[in-house]
Design a protein around this ligand. Sequence first.
Ligand SMILES: [Zn+2]
Length: 306
Amino acid sequence: MNEEKIELIRQLSFFGIPVPQILALLYGFKPCSRLYSGIKNNNQKIQKIITRLGLKAAIAQDQPKVQGNFFFIGTNDLIIQKALFYEKVETKIKNQIMSSKAFYGNLRSYINFQLATLLGYPKCCIEFYLQTRPATNELLFFTTNATLNPEELDYRLNFLLNYDNCRGDIMGQKNLNCDSILYNNLFLIPHVPCSFDCQLSKKYAKSVVVLLKKYFPDYLKNIEHYLKKPFLFINDFEFLIFEGTVNKNILSYSDTIDSNNLFKKTWTNKIKEGNRLIKNENNFLVFKDNHLLHKINAKVEIFNFN
Ligand SMILES: [Zn+2]
């Protein structure tokens, strides 16, 4: 890859378009991507850069709740047209589900499967996602803690800082911070993995890491820095990131890191008062040195990606 391309990809990242996904498209790891730029009024600039990179782009459907735009970016026009078509059909079906859940639910799963395949997601992960998150239930909290064996938590599969997973209107709560770009795009894989040691996702992430190391070493360093942090985890929409270390059920920390998700702010404030956290089966305890400060009733996991 020449200097000019590296510079163009850098420019895209200023618009919120993640570097790893553009690399994946240019190097053929996936045929198409659905990417978000939260910075308004730059559609033409973004499309111009995409064209100069030899890729194709089209604006995906308007999402009234988000400020920026989603783009389908792909290697050729046919792929983009297919992606736009699947998305359009999916939206139509979504609105029909109330009248015939079973029929439209299955049809929607089918369309989502086609779209996810076009986006290059591993089959195991697509199936897991569709089974765990039924098409008829938009609001179900979703989690990938199928594997929480500390030996197997591969940082390259940590998708929790993926913008898309922190977005949306969940259980009636609007995530109003969703347009902050602070922790956007700090992820290597574009999809929700079926487990934190999914082999196909790992293979994909490894290939992206090789390219980042070669062309964007600083970017990689930044991503790795965040992906390896300890997490207090409830589900994909509620988690807290720490500066600290995990030892089994004990998390020792110096601070928490703000990110875009629905973790309760009142809990974050309580946690910030302490420096050690112990997880029990149905609650967790917040300590400052040896003094117990708070007992919070919630079923959580604490872990650290390796
Ligand atoms: Zn998988």
